[in-house]
Each structure stands twice: as structure tokens, then as C-alpha cells.
Write a protein that binds this ligand. Sequence first.
Ligand code: NAD
Length: 492
Amino acid sequence: MQIEELLANLHTQMIVGGRAVPARSGKTFAVYDPASGREIAQVPDGDADDVAAAVAVAKNAFESSEWRRMPPAAREHLLLKLADLVEQHGDELAALETLNQGKLLGFSRMLEVGGSAQWLRYMAGWATKIEGSTVDLSLSFPPGVQYRASTQRVPVGVVAAVVPWNFPLLMAVWKIAPALACGCTVVLKPAEETPLTAIRLAELALEAGFPPGVLNVVTGRGETAGAALVRHPDVDKVTFTGSTEVGRLIGAQCGRDIRRVSLELGGKSPVIVLDDCDPRKAIEGAAGAIFFNHGQVCTAGSRLYVPRSMYGQIVEGIAQVANSLVLGSGFDEKTQMGPLVSSRHRDKVVGMIAEGRAQGGEIMAGGAAHDGAGYFVRPTVVANEGRKPLSLVNEEVFGPVLVAMPYDDLEEAISAANSSEYGLGASVWTNQLDKALRVVDRMEAGTVWVNSHNMVDPALPFGGFKSSGVGREHGRAIIDAYTETKSVCFAY
Ligand code: NAD
């Protein structure tokens, strides 16, 4: 799809109660094309008033008979229809994501569009499989009375979904698909950097036949719209994906309000190469683990542990890959890495690289922003042979920056890999089954990959240990996140 045609047909209003609306204040803010730095749209700068309006219609839709009495198979049908519409509008959605987020068009097509359709279909299947159980009770009081008890799972209610900018459409679908399958209604707040595909998703949901008010989108800033949404008294459940810093604030707020909350937060995922691994495979695997989506992946393999005997060869090999990557617009077929999402994020990443260098890290590739327009950072490899306590080893960069460290024995590598406040993902690269299992058993991470990295699937639970989050998304586990258990007890 031509960019100019896309720009001429942008949908930029919030979707509340089935209607496209501006912010009540009339205020807007700009969103940009990160590959060129040019402004592409103004979207409503929603605030607490807009949040209140959206939560009111979501609550009304939740309580209305049309949604509440809808049979599970009808919810399944709507989600399947939405998946079809996402695919039918795939060219537009993919182009929109590449324009607004910067990722390669092929990845927008495969992951944002293809992944979203897959998640919607998988979660559609769950709508008809939510069930409780019958329970035999042991106590009987008063004497002679018998009981028959059962449990049923009921939708939790109005869900506030707050998502980040790294996979804008897919992250929105990770939230809305299971919430809608369970019979909840949703107010979605996309990241301020990347609101455009969320707006289109809500429009397509209306086209699919979801009743107005079931899926609402409020665009706005985190400190205003986001903060108002997660503390609104009529929100029954908050589901958040984003930084650990903001996750702490939201978790604390929900704790005070006794509101259900799921948190998918940051990571500093280790990649451990074992000494039997083919160096070419290790180089390719480690480079893919960090440079995919320009390092803007919560599970990015940002810490590399390599046996000392292979260290030089592998670090050199990854540096060569980094130096060879072609940077440019995600629309250009030659491009292998796009820009970071914003000038603010680029400056943060460049600042963290400079800090790592000042603390004694050796820059083997990259190390700076890319000249010219757009928010590009050269893929960067930092060698930390002396295992200094660089901030790059402990802090999430969320950009294309790898820090590599040698190790002398596997136990030492495992302890170093676990010595992080985060615990989202980890990978181990080896053909030795016993050692692979030893690492899998010891890793403090929500997902451990063997000979792969960053692989996710709708059927496989995903989430973090430690400061990487609370709760799990995907698979059967997600149904618990959007339902309450109601116990029912009959005396006879
Ligand atoms: P962020 O925490 O700055 O923002 C995420 C969302 O929260 C945005 O929509 C933002 O507007 C909103 N927000 C910000 N402040 C808020 C507040 N006070 N109250 C309510 N909402 C608020 O994160 P980001 O920079 O957009 O995304 C990058 C982070 O997301 C990284 O740390 C990354 O690891 C994490 N992430 C985690 C996962 C996962 O599944 N664990 C997936 C993707 C990204």
C-alpha cells in the first residue's frame, strides 16, 4: 500500500460506545513516522473525562443483556470474524504499523497481522470451553442435610488494557482476545507513540458485529489517560504490558483498590552458549535474539554468556553481523533493521551505551545513533570480558544492544544469568541434552528456550518471574485472568 494513500485515509479518533470521537477537551497530540521523524497524524489527547465516558459505556455494555446473554458460540463467531477482518485488512494494518512503529513491513505482515489473527482464532476457541466443576463436600451441617456444590467461571467485568509500543497491534490483541472470549468488556489504551492500529482494530470489531461499547479505545498519555483508567472504580481488572517502573505504580494502585491486575513487564534475558555449540549457530542465534524488532522486545537476549574458549570468535562473529545489517525504512525491501520508536527512546538507548562505555565496556560494533533523519541506532555489541558491573548488564535497554561476557564453568554462568531482578526469558544453545535440562531446571525465567529465542505461541503460557511481572498470558492460564470463580452450594 502506498504511504501517501495510507496518510490520506488515516483513522485517528477514539472509539467509545461504537462511535469515533475526539477528546472532550478537544486536545490532540502528534504521532510520528520514526524512520523519517515526520509527523503523520494528530490523535485525541484523552484524559480522565474521556476515560470516565469509556468506562461508563463498557460497564453498560457488560451489564446489557445483549452481551451478557450472548451464547459463548456467538462470542466465538465474532472473534473468528474479527480475525478474518484483520487478515482482509492486512495490507493496510501492516503498512500502518510499519509507518507508525518502524518495524520491517514483512514482520508487520507476519507478526502484527498474522500473529493477531492467530491469537484471535485461538482465543475464539476458548469461548466455548470455559467450564467449572462439581465438588463433593465432606461437611454436613445441620445433621441430615446434604449439599451439592459446583463452581462456575464468570467474566470479571470491565477490563482496562494498557499496552506498549513495541508490538502495538499484537499486544492489544493479546489483551482483548481472551477478555472478549471470556465475556468481559474492554477499554484499551494504546501507547501514545503508536495508537493507530488499535483504533482500526476497534473499528473492525464493530464491523465484525461486536455490540457498541464492548471494545473501546481511548488514546492518551500514560500519566493522564493511563493513570485515570487503572484507578477508575468501575474497572474490575487491569491488564498491563510495559515497563517494570510503570508496572510497580499500577500494581501499587491496584493493591490499594483491591482490583485484579496482571503485569507483563521488562526483561534482561540471558543467552547461554555451551561449549559444544557450533559457533555459527551461536552467532546467528544470539544476533537474532537481540536484534529482532531492533531490540525492542521484552524477551530480547540482551546478556550473552559464552565459554571463555569461544568468546573471541563468537563476539567477533556477532559484531560482524551487527556491522553488516542495513538500516532504513521498514518499507524498503533492502532494510534489515528499522528505527527505534521515538527520538526520546533513541536518546535513552544512546545514553545507556555511552554509560556502558564509560564504565569499561568495549564497543565491538555500533555504539551510536545513525546519521540522518529518523531515530536509528546502530546495532551494538559491547564486550565485557572483565565481567564489570556495567549498568548494561543489569538494566533493560530495550534497544539493539548486546553485552557479552565469558564464563569458565557452567554453574558460574547459570548464577550470573540468574543474578538479575528480571526473569522473563532465557535461552540455552547446546546439543547436550543433560546440560540443556540442567540449565532449564535452574533458570529463573517464565520461558526458557533451547536452541531458539523469542518464540511465543497462543497456546504457551507467557509471563515473568521476579520483577518481570505477575500472572501469565496465553494458553489455558489466561482464562483465569479474565474470570472469577463462583462457588454454588445447594442444600437438600
Ligand atoms: P511504558 O511502561 O512506558 O508504557 C506502557 C504503557 O503504559 C503505555 O500505554 C503508557 O502510556 C502507559 N503508561 C505510562 N505511564 C502510566 C501510568 N502512570 N499509569 C498508567 N499507564 C501508564 O512502557 P513502554 O516504553 O511503552 O514499553 C516498553 C516496556 O514494555 C519495556 O520495559 C518492555 O520490556 C515492556 N514489555 C513487556 C512485555 C511483556 O510481555 N512482558 C511485552 C512488551 C513490552
